[in-house]
Design a protein around this ligand. Structure first.
Ligand code: ZN
Length: 285
């Protein structure tokens, strides 16, 4: 059972390569179902927790996502079998591991899907894009990623997201939101420019073969020192950042708010005064 109070405090989530999803409904204002799905070599297994809803034993059939009626969620969740309700938020852990990843424990990335059709990525650690692509999402919607800091287990799949997403239907620029560092060369902008220079040959080969706009990267670098300031606000979605305490300066945590729901992504951080204040009232953190 996911306990909202525990989740609201929001420690760092360390995992062993499992995917975790949670649906949050504003009607219930609580986590109504959680699931875990082992990925990679294990294949899959599921576990579920419910609060205020009746589990159904029946398992979904076929490949078409079906709508959930009257909060009657199946006892087990399988990716892409449930249509997201208009007022729901679905959070999927694509990876929760360290830089020394294994097939069953790839590095950090979280996918947040909203009932209005929008999708957001938080970090893109090594190996995590394989799990994203396995979900077969609509890549035309996957054009925003929010970077907590520049450790490889949080940004190591940058190239995979950029090129793989372009190949998979994102024909508009990808937007990378991330913090400054203590000096310009330690910031998100410098990271992106350095990476792009590294695969210039690859980019050159695809120019003209795919819609050009998909190649573009828009970096939205913001001051890592800002405290709960807005870094994104569109279509009723507000994302804010505040400093995280982790290694060098230039590490942040985020909150995403939409439809009365609040998701907090800590990145890597020790508990700190900002987190205690700004992660308050989160539905999941
Ligand atoms: Zn880190």
């Amino acid at each position: 059972m996911l306990n909202k109070n525990l989740l609201s405090f929001g420690g760092i989530i360390f995992g062993l390569g499992i995917g975790i999803g949670a649906w949050l409904t504003s009607a219930q204002d609580e986590v109504s179902e959680a699931y875990s799905q082992a990925m990679g070599a294990i294949g899959f297994s599921t576990a579920e927790a419910q609060e205020g809803t009746q589990a159904k034993d029946n398992l979904p059939l076929g490949r078409s996502a079906t709508s959930i009626a009257d909060g009657q969620y199946p006892a087990s969740y399988f990716p892409n079998t449930e249509a997201l309700g208009a007022d729901e938020m679905r959070i999927t852990a694509l990876g929760t591991g360290m830089p020394n990843q294994t097939k069953a424990a790839v590095s950090i990335s979280y996918l947040v899907e909203l009932g209005n059709g929008e999708k957001f990525l938080f970090d893109m650690g090594l190996g995590s894009m394989g799990n994203l692509f396995s979900l077969r999402p609509d890549f035309s919607k996957l054009d925003k990623v929010f970077v907590s800091h520049l450790h490889i287990d949080h940004v190591g799949d940058f190239m995979g997201l950029h090129i793989g997403g372009w190949l998979s239907g994102r024909y508009t620029p990808i937007h990378i939101y991330g913090p400054t560092g203590a000096t310009p060369e330690l910031g998100t902008k410098a990271f992106v420019e350095g990476m792009k220079a590294g695969y210039a040959w690859d980019l050159q080969t695809r120019t003209g073969a795919l819609p050009d706009k998909g190649a573009q990267i828009v970096v939205e670098e913001f001051d890592y020192r800002q405290e709960n300031e807005v870094v994104y606000q569109e279509n009723g979605v507000t994302i804010r950042s505040w400093p995280a305490i982790h290694s060098l300066d230039g590490s942040v945590s985020y909150s995403l708010e939409w439809n009365g729901l609040k998701y907090v992504f800590g990145g890597d951080t020790y508990p700190n005064k900002w987190y205690i204040e700004f992660a308050k009232n989160a539905d999941i953190a």
